[in-house]
Write a protein that binds this ligand. Sequence first.
Ligand SMILES: NC(=O)c1ccc[n+]([C@@H]2O[C@H](COP(=O)([O-])OP(=O)(O)OC[C@H]3O[C@@H](n4cnc5c(N)ncnc54)[C@H](OP(=O)(O)O)[C@@H]3O)[C@@H](O)[C@H]2O)c1
Length: 287
Amino acid sequence: MRILAIGGTGNVGGNVVSELLKRGAAVRVLARKEPEASKAQAGVDVAIGDLLDPVSVEKAMDGVDKLFLLNAVVTDELTQALIAYGIAKRVGLKHITYLSVFKVDQFRDVPHFASKLAVEGALHEFGMPYTILRPAYYIQNDLGLRDALTKAGVYPMPLGTAGIAAADVRDIAEVAAISLTEEGHEGQTYDIVAPTPISGPGNAALWSKLLGKEIKYTGHDFDQWERGMRARMPSWSAYDLRMMFQGYFERGFASTETEVVRLTKLLGRTPHSYEDFATETAEAWKS
Ligand SMILES: NC(=O)c1ccc[n+]([C@@H]2O[C@H](COP(=O)([O-])OP(=O)(O)OC[C@H]3O[C@@H](n4cnc5c(N)ncnc54)[C@H](OP(=O)(O)O)[C@@H]3O)[C@@H](O)[C@H]2O)c1
């Protein structure tokens, strides 16, 4: 069986490719340019193409049975996703596993959630066999906080105090591979959540303990946070993320025990926790 992984050169997709290879699938990735040697995985076929070029997408699907679809957060995310979906359907692929987001239907004012909700709508409407993955806030986002934590001594993500659901990318990848290589996942929507929630003050306290220094949570002033992010990313993207964090703060983004139990059953083990990740990461940074 050959699977095309769109987004297969990225953070989650790279892990999905590894999990598919472990299960003996033949894998092709779609990439806009030849992946760097450090990111290339042995035995993986690379189709050079772009989601905004439907001809290249159709070519990448030649000889493919199933599709993993992950879209980058870009202003034309919905167009990119529907091009991939529409061509997959037209050429008769047998299954699509689509990466959406946890509680997608409760954050319709967040542009990248709204795109994913529209894609989920198409999956429900147009009849191609699908599995939807709805991961929570990626635990591995915080790999990017090394300088903030170890130098500035701050935990800068405005996660609020109530506790939000997180998800480890390794768990996401494993569920994706299970859905694409085993029977019985058609029409399913899987929430992917860690066993315990995370919060701004909670993460600051955890990193303080692990790094042996005081880490302060910088709080959740969303105007200030968005202004700061404009220096690091396009302003539309800073706006989109601000709306997401403010939505988490105002409406909640917590998981339930039922969701954790269902994922544990699917994985056949406990999902990874933020604490495990932070412990491993702090050790790696120290060495
Ligand atoms: N971060 C979170 O907490 C979180 C939580 C839940 C859901 N999500 C969702 O996860 C997704 C991001 O996942 P990630 O972190 O794995 O992303 P990533 O590492 O940024 O990877 C993006 C992938 O998209 C591909 N890509 C981008 N533009 C493309 C185009 N025009 N045509 C073809 N391929 C294109 C890239 O391929 P090349 O660059 O190699 O061409 C790369 O493989 C988003 O949809 C986001 O909403 C994120």
